[in-house]
Design a protein around this ligand. Sequence first.
Ligand code: CU
Length: 286
Amino acid sequence: MAAGGFIIWLLVVALSLYASRRNSRPVGERAAGRLIVLGGVVLPVTVLTALLSYTLWLMPSLRPFAGGEGVDLRVEIVGHQFWWEVLYHRQDGSTVISANEVRLPAGERVEFELTSSDMIHSFWIPALGGKMDLVPGRINRMSFRPTKTGTYRGQCAEFCGTSHARMAFPVVVMQPADLDAWLDERSGSSAGFGTNVEGRRVFDREQCGQCHRIDGAAGGLFKGPDLSHVGSRLTIGAGYLNNTTDQLARFIVNPGSVKPGAHMPASPHLSALELDQLARWLKGLR
Ligand SMILES: [Cu+2]
Protein backbone atom coordinates (compact mmCIF):
# COMPACT_ATOMS: atom_id res chain seq x y z
CA MET A 1 0.00 0.00 0.00
CA ALA A 2 2.87 2.39 0.82
CA ALA A 3 4.53 1.63 -2.54
CA GLY A 4 1.26 2.11 -4.45
CA GLY A 5 0.56 5.34 -2.59
CA PHE A 6 4.05 6.59 -3.43
CA ILE A 7 3.60 5.89 -7.15
CA ILE A 8 0.27 7.73 -7.22
CA TRP A 9 1.81 10.65 -5.31
CA LEU A 10 4.66 10.86 -7.89
CA LEU A 11 2.09 10.84 -10.67
CA VAL A 12 0.09 13.67 -9.11
CA VAL A 13 3.20 15.77 -8.44
CA ALA A 14 4.42 15.21 -12.01
CA LEU A 15 1.03 16.23 -13.38
CA SER A 16 0.87 19.41 -11.31
CA LEU A 17 4.45 20.37 -12.27
CA TYR A 18 3.60 19.74 -15.91
CA ALA A 19 0.43 21.85 -15.59
CA SER A 20 2.25 24.77 -13.95
CA ARG A 21 5.26 24.81 -16.34
CA ARG A 22 3.68 24.31 -19.75
CA ASN A 23 2.50 27.26 -21.85
CA SER A 24 -1.10 28.10 -21.23
CA ARG A 25 -2.22 26.67 -24.54
CA PRO A 26 -5.91 25.62 -24.51
CA VAL A 27 -6.48 21.86 -24.50
CA GLY A 28 -8.81 20.23 -26.97
CA GLU A 29 -12.16 19.02 -25.70
CA ARG A 30 -11.41 15.39 -26.60
CA ALA A 31 -8.07 15.36 -24.77
CA ALA A 32 -9.69 16.90 -21.67
CA GLY A 33 -12.50 14.32 -21.75
CA ARG A 34 -9.97 11.49 -22.03
CA LEU A 35 -8.02 12.80 -19.04
CA ILE A 36 -11.13 12.94 -16.88
CA VAL A 37 -12.26 9.42 -17.82
CA LEU A 38 -8.80 7.92 -17.28
CA GLY A 39 -7.68 9.88 -14.21
CA GLY A 40 -11.07 10.38 -12.58
CA VAL A 41 -12.84 7.06 -13.27
CA VAL A 42 -10.61 4.26 -14.56
CA LEU A 43 -7.65 4.86 -12.24
CA PRO A 44 -9.58 5.21 -8.91
CA VAL A 45 -11.86 2.24 -9.72
CA THR A 46 -8.84 0.04 -10.47
CA VAL A 47 -6.84 1.15 -7.43
CA LEU A 48 -9.75 0.97 -4.94
CA THR A 49 -10.91 -2.43 -6.24
CA ALA A 50 -7.40 -3.81 -5.82
CA LEU A 51 -7.14 -2.40 -2.28
CA LEU A 52 -10.58 -3.72 -1.28
CA SER A 53 -9.82 -7.24 -2.59
CA TYR A 54 -6.50 -7.29 -0.77
CA THR A 55 -8.10 -6.17 2.51
CA LEU A 56 -10.91 -8.73 2.29
CA TRP A 57 -8.34 -11.44 1.63
CA LEU A 58 -6.30 -10.30 4.65
CA MET A 59 -9.16 -9.98 7.13
CA PRO A 60 -9.69 -13.63 8.24
CA SER A 61 -6.06 -13.96 9.31
CA LEU A 62 -6.40 -10.89 11.53
CA ARG A 63 -8.85 -12.82 13.73
CA PRO A 64 -6.54 -15.25 15.51
CA PHE A 65 -9.43 -17.09 17.17
CA ALA A 66 -11.24 -17.86 13.90
CA GLY A 67 -12.53 -21.41 14.28
CA GLY A 68 -10.46 -21.97 17.43
CA GLU A 69 -7.31 -22.49 15.36
CA GLY A 70 -4.09 -21.90 17.24
CA VAL A 71 -5.93 -21.47 20.53
CA ASP A 72 -4.31 -23.34 23.42
CA LEU A 73 -6.85 -22.59 26.12
CA ARG A 74 -10.42 -21.38 25.99
CA VAL A 75 -11.58 -19.43 29.04
CA GLU A 76 -15.24 -18.60 29.47
CA ILE A 77 -15.97 -15.65 31.74
CA VAL A 78 -19.46 -14.89 33.02
CA GLY A 79 -19.94 -11.55 34.76
CA HIS A 80 -22.21 -11.35 37.80
CA GLN A 81 -22.90 -8.53 40.24
CA PHE A 82 -20.11 -8.36 41.62
CA TRP A 83 -18.04 -11.41 40.83
CA TRP A 84 -16.59 -13.44 37.97
CA GLU A 85 -17.42 -17.00 37.01
CA VAL A 86 -14.42 -18.55 35.28
CA LEU A 87 -14.67 -21.77 33.24
CA TYR A 88 -11.55 -23.31 31.73
CA HIS A 89 -12.40 -25.40 28.66
CA ARG A 90 -9.40 -27.66 28.22
CA GLN A 91 -8.24 -29.26 24.99
CA ASP A 92 -9.30 -32.73 26.16
CA GLY A 93 -12.89 -31.45 26.31
CA SER A 94 -13.12 -31.23 30.11
CA THR A 95 -14.17 -28.09 31.97
CA VAL A 96 -12.80 -26.74 35.24
CA ILE A 97 -15.09 -24.34 37.10
CA SER A 98 -13.61 -21.56 39.19
CA ALA A 99 -14.27 -17.96 40.15
CA ASN A 100 -12.76 -14.56 40.85
CA GLU A 101 -9.28 -15.46 39.65
CA VAL A 102 -7.89 -16.11 36.17
CA ARG A 103 -4.87 -18.31 35.49
CA LEU A 104 -3.23 -18.21 32.08
CA PRO A 105 -0.39 -20.07 30.35
CA ALA A 106 2.70 -17.99 29.47
CA GLY A 107 3.52 -17.96 25.76
CA GLU A 108 0.29 -19.63 24.68
CA ARG A 109 -2.75 -18.19 22.95
CA VAL A 110 -5.83 -17.80 25.10
CA GLU A 111 -9.30 -17.14 23.79
CA PHE A 112 -11.84 -15.55 26.12
CA GLU A 113 -15.57 -16.04 25.67
CA LEU A 114 -17.23 -13.24 27.54
CA THR A 115 -20.84 -13.03 28.61
CA SER A 116 -22.95 -11.82 31.53
CA SER A 117 -25.85 -13.04 33.63
CA ASP A 118 -27.23 -9.64 34.62
CA MET A 119 -25.64 -6.26 33.88
CA ILE A 120 -23.16 -5.16 31.27
CA HIS A 121 -19.72 -5.65 32.79
CA SER A 122 -16.34 -5.15 31.19
CA PHE A 123 -13.38 -7.48 31.40
CA TRP A 124 -10.11 -5.59 31.61
CA ILE A 125 -6.57 -6.65 32.45
CA PRO A 126 -4.68 -3.39 31.78
CA ALA A 127 -1.21 -4.94 31.81
CA LEU A 128 -2.06 -7.76 29.39
CA GLY A 129 -4.56 -6.70 26.80
CA GLY A 130 -7.80 -5.31 25.49
CA LYS A 131 -10.93 -4.36 27.28
CA MET A 132 -14.15 -6.07 26.24
CA ASP A 133 -17.77 -5.81 27.41
CA LEU A 134 -19.70 -8.74 28.87
CA VAL A 135 -23.25 -8.40 27.58
CA PRO A 136 -26.21 -10.59 28.67
CA GLY A 137 -27.35 -12.90 25.86
CA ARG A 138 -24.23 -12.37 23.76
CA ILE A 139 -20.80 -13.94 23.57
CA ASN A 140 -17.96 -11.53 22.89
CA ARG A 141 -14.57 -12.91 22.01
CA MET A 142 -11.12 -11.64 22.80
CA SER A 143 -7.78 -13.28 22.36
CA PHE A 144 -4.20 -12.66 23.40
CA ARG A 145 -0.95 -14.38 24.27
CA PRO A 146 0.49 -13.45 27.68
CA THR A 147 4.26 -13.47 27.51
CA LYS A 148 5.63 -12.98 31.03
CA THR A 149 4.77 -15.00 34.13
CA GLY A 150 3.55 -12.98 37.09
CA THR A 151 0.50 -11.72 38.90
CA TYR A 152 -1.56 -8.95 37.35
CA ARG A 153 -4.73 -7.15 38.30
CA GLY A 154 -7.99 -7.27 36.38
CA GLN A 155 -10.94 -5.02 36.97
CA CYS A 156 -14.56 -4.59 35.86
CA ALA A 157 -14.47 -1.50 33.67
CA GLU A 158 -18.17 -0.82 33.14
CA PHE A 159 -20.34 0.56 35.94
CA CYS A 160 -22.55 -2.36 36.99
CA GLY A 161 -23.96 -1.32 40.38
CA THR A 162 -23.00 -0.27 43.89
CA SER A 163 -19.93 -2.48 44.29
CA HIS A 164 -18.72 -2.18 40.71
CA ALA A 165 -15.36 -0.81 41.86
CA ARG A 166 -14.92 -3.89 44.07
CA MET A 167 -15.35 -6.28 41.18
CA ALA A 168 -11.73 -7.07 40.46
CA PHE A 169 -9.68 -10.25 40.06
CA PRO A 170 -6.08 -11.36 40.21
CA VAL A 171 -4.60 -12.78 37.00
CA VAL A 172 -1.77 -15.27 37.38
CA VAL A 173 0.31 -16.09 34.31
CA MET A 174 2.06 -19.43 34.87
CA GLN A 175 4.30 -21.80 32.93
CA PRO A 176 2.00 -24.00 30.81
CA ALA A 177 3.03 -27.19 32.66
CA ASP A 178 2.31 -25.56 36.04
CA LEU A 179 -1.07 -24.42 34.79
CA ASP A 180 -1.88 -27.95 33.62
CA ALA A 181 -1.03 -29.30 37.06
CA TRP A 182 -3.11 -26.55 38.67
CA LEU A 183 -6.10 -27.40 36.47
CA ASP A 184 -5.68 -31.14 37.16
CA GLU A 185 -5.82 -30.42 40.89
CA ARG A 186 -8.97 -28.39 40.45
CA SER A 187 -10.81 -30.93 38.33
CA GLY A 188 -11.33 -33.18 41.36
CA SER A 189 -12.82 -32.48 44.77
CA SER A 190 -10.69 -30.72 47.33
CA ALA A 191 -8.45 -32.65 49.71
CA GLY A 192 -9.67 -30.44 52.54
CA PHE A 193 -13.29 -31.48 52.08
CA GLY A 194 -13.14 -34.13 54.81
CA THR A 195 -11.24 -32.05 57.39
CA ASN A 196 -12.67 -29.54 59.89
CA VAL A 197 -16.04 -31.25 59.43
CA GLU A 198 -17.74 -29.04 62.06
CA GLY A 199 -17.44 -26.23 59.54
CA ARG A 200 -18.94 -28.35 56.80
CA ARG A 201 -21.92 -29.07 59.05
CA VAL A 202 -22.54 -25.36 59.52
CA PHE A 203 -22.27 -24.89 55.73
CA ASP A 204 -24.89 -27.60 55.15
CA ARG A 205 -27.19 -26.39 57.93
CA GLU A 206 -27.09 -22.80 56.66
CA GLN A 207 -27.77 -24.06 53.12
CA CYS A 208 -24.87 -22.10 51.69
CA GLY A 209 -24.85 -24.80 48.98
CA GLN A 210 -28.00 -23.29 47.52
CA CYS A 211 -25.86 -20.63 45.94
CA HIS A 212 -22.37 -22.10 46.09
CA ARG A 213 -21.08 -25.13 44.26
CA ILE A 214 -18.73 -27.31 46.27
CA ASP A 215 -17.36 -30.33 44.49
CA GLY A 216 -18.63 -33.42 46.29
CA ALA A 217 -21.50 -31.67 48.08
CA ALA A 218 -25.09 -31.36 46.98
CA GLY A 219 -25.76 -28.11 45.16
CA GLY A 220 -28.48 -25.90 43.78
CA LEU A 221 -28.71 -22.98 41.41
CA PHE A 222 -25.26 -21.50 42.04
CA LYS A 223 -26.05 -17.83 42.26
CA GLY A 224 -22.68 -17.35 43.88
CA PRO A 225 -19.04 -18.19 43.14
CA ASP A 226 -17.79 -21.76 43.08
CA LEU A 227 -16.15 -22.56 46.43
CA SER A 228 -14.66 -26.01 45.65
CA HIS A 229 -11.09 -24.77 46.08
CA VAL A 230 -11.76 -21.36 47.61
CA GLY A 231 -9.04 -21.79 50.25
CA SER A 232 -6.31 -21.51 47.64
CA ARG A 233 -7.62 -18.38 45.97
CA LEU A 234 -5.43 -15.30 46.38
CA THR A 235 -8.35 -13.09 47.37
CA ILE A 236 -11.99 -13.25 48.44
CA GLY A 237 -14.81 -10.94 47.48
CA ALA A 238 -13.45 -10.69 43.91
CA GLY A 239 -10.03 -9.21 44.48
CA TYR A 240 -11.01 -7.20 47.54
CA LEU A 241 -9.88 -9.04 50.72
CA ASN A 242 -6.83 -11.16 51.43
CA ASN A 243 -7.82 -14.79 51.70
CA THR A 244 -7.33 -15.49 55.42
CA THR A 245 -9.58 -17.29 57.89
CA ASP A 246 -10.37 -13.97 59.61
CA GLN A 247 -11.30 -12.22 56.38
CA LEU A 248 -13.44 -15.18 55.30
CA ALA A 249 -15.35 -14.95 58.58
CA ARG A 250 -15.68 -11.18 58.19
CA PHE A 251 -17.10 -11.61 54.68
CA ILE A 252 -19.54 -14.40 55.61
CA VAL A 253 -21.04 -12.69 58.64
CA ASN A 254 -21.92 -9.55 56.68
CA PRO A 255 -21.00 -9.45 52.97
CA GLY A 256 -22.81 -6.11 52.56
CA SER A 257 -20.43 -4.41 54.99
CA VAL A 258 -17.54 -5.37 52.72
CA LYS A 259 -19.31 -5.03 49.38
CA PRO A 260 -22.49 -2.95 49.54
CA GLY A 261 -25.25 -4.50 47.45
CA ALA A 262 -23.63 -7.96 47.29
CA HIS A 263 -26.21 -10.65 46.54
CA MET A 264 -25.35 -12.79 49.53
CA PRO A 265 -27.42 -12.71 52.72
CA ALA A 266 -25.74 -11.79 56.03
CA SER A 267 -25.50 -14.41 58.79
CA PRO A 268 -25.53 -12.38 62.03
CA HIS A 269 -27.00 -15.34 63.94
CA LEU A 270 -23.83 -17.44 63.63
CA SER A 271 -21.82 -17.70 66.85
CA ALA A 272 -18.15 -16.75 66.82
CA LEU A 273 -17.28 -20.43 67.14
CA GLU A 274 -19.47 -21.50 64.21
CA LEU A 275 -18.11 -18.69 62.09
CA ASP A 276 -14.56 -19.72 62.87
CA GLN A 277 -15.29 -23.38 62.09
CA LEU A 278 -16.94 -22.43 58.81
CA ALA A 279 -14.06 -20.15 57.80
CA ARG A 280 -11.46 -22.76 58.74
CA TRP A 281 -13.23 -25.45 56.69
CA LEU A 282 -13.44 -23.14 53.67
CA LYS A 283 -9.80 -22.10 54.04
CA GLY A 284 -8.90 -25.80 53.94
CA LEU A 285 -10.58 -26.29 50.54
CA ARG A 286 -7.55 -26.12 48.31
CU1 CU B 1 -19.12 -5.46 36.78
